[in-house]
Design a protein around this ligand. Structure first.
Ligand code: FES
Ligand code: FES
Length: 158
């Protein structure tokens, strides 16, 4: 028998309450229970970063956190980013710089990039690459992603 627990949290600004199996991970809960399929699932063991979301302002791997551990938290997925001016600027820069091709990595890449920018990270290509080292992209070669992040930092601090 699978044990369930009722959790209450805020997802993209909306209060959510749901009964979830205690072993369901956060990204599966977001995708399958809430229909928020913007967060992707790649490796399922914390390596690729495709499932990265924000929980109480910190980026987490949605495949490594249980949904029940997010009880009482505030979660933001890629679907909630358009509410944030900085995120809109970053998304526009990704488009302008062609920083995505298939887009599979993009939701996690945006979450990690936003955490870097919001923490005061510099437009330093080496530091940005280091920060993104836990987010894999199989298409772009990273150059254009770093360009987009540098653009966003320069625009937001101009
Ligand atoms: Fe979570 Fe790869 S699916 S890190
Ligand atoms: Fe395809 Fe990054 S754009 S994996």
């Amino acid at each position: 028998m699978t044990r369930s627990m009722t959790i209450a949290l805020t997802v993209n600004g909306e209060a959510v309450s749901a009964a979830v199996p205690v072993r369901r991970n956060l990204v599966d809960f977001l995708r399958h229970d809430l229909g928020l399929t913007g967060s992707h699932v790649g490796c399922e063991h914390g390596v690729c970063g495709a499932c990265t979301v924000t929980v109480d302002g910190q980026t987490v791997r949605g495949c490594l956190m249980l949904a029940v551990q997010a009880n009482g938290s505030t979660v933001t997925t890629v679907e909630g980013l358009s509410d944030q001016a900085l995120a809109r600027t970053l998304q526009a820069a990704f488009t302008r710089r062609n920083a995505l091709q298939c887009g599979f990595c993009t939701p996690g890449m945006l979450a990690s990039a936003l955490s870097y920018i919001a923490s005061g990270g510099a437009a330093d290509r080496r530091a940005i690459r280091e920060h993104l080292s836990g987010n894999y992209c199989r298409c772009t070669g990273y150059q254009s992603i770093v360009d987009a992040i540098c653009d966003t930092i320069e625009e937001s601090r101009a």
